[in-house]
Design a protein around this ligand. Sequence first.
Ligand SMILES: [Zn+2]
Length: 183
Amino acid sequence: MKHLLILFIFLITSSLSAFAGDSLNIINKKVSFGFAPNSNRNVSAVIVHSTFNNSGGDKYDIDLVIKQFSTYGVSAHYVIGRDGTVYQLVDEKDNSYHAGKSSLPDGTTNVNSCSIGIELMTSYTESPTEEQNKALLNLINSIKKRYSIKYVLRHSDIAPVRKTDPWNFDWEAFKKRLEEKGK
Ligand SMILES: [Zn+2]
């Protein structure tokens, strides 16, 4: 009986922690700029970026990052904060202006029209936190449930001459974790 009770407690706690590990804390920060409405798009790619506020003040303040986006007329569907909080700026059905002039490995050039853009808040010298890595894994896995995703790529993969982000990010290790989690 005692063993059964221990097993029961173990099962409850492990399922709870599994749930906590997979949960996504998404905060609505929808913007009115930096995207084009599109009710009929085919999402086939996820593009990962880096960003931070370099206009003064807290470099990782989400509102300052959004203000900076508005200045440039750009956006992303999601921004992931240092603590793993996911902010949604644009509906997944709309074209967010995050990719710029770029192309997918299959030659598709209008990448904004077929991709979801995710920004990790990191600077040129700091790496993503483990909370950010976990949130990114969970977010991409949830996107994969909604769309048939052919590519998960870095901004630097689709615009190698112009872009170097995401910065300080062990991409190969991340892709490995993504493959393991997808099974
Ligand atoms: Zn980028």
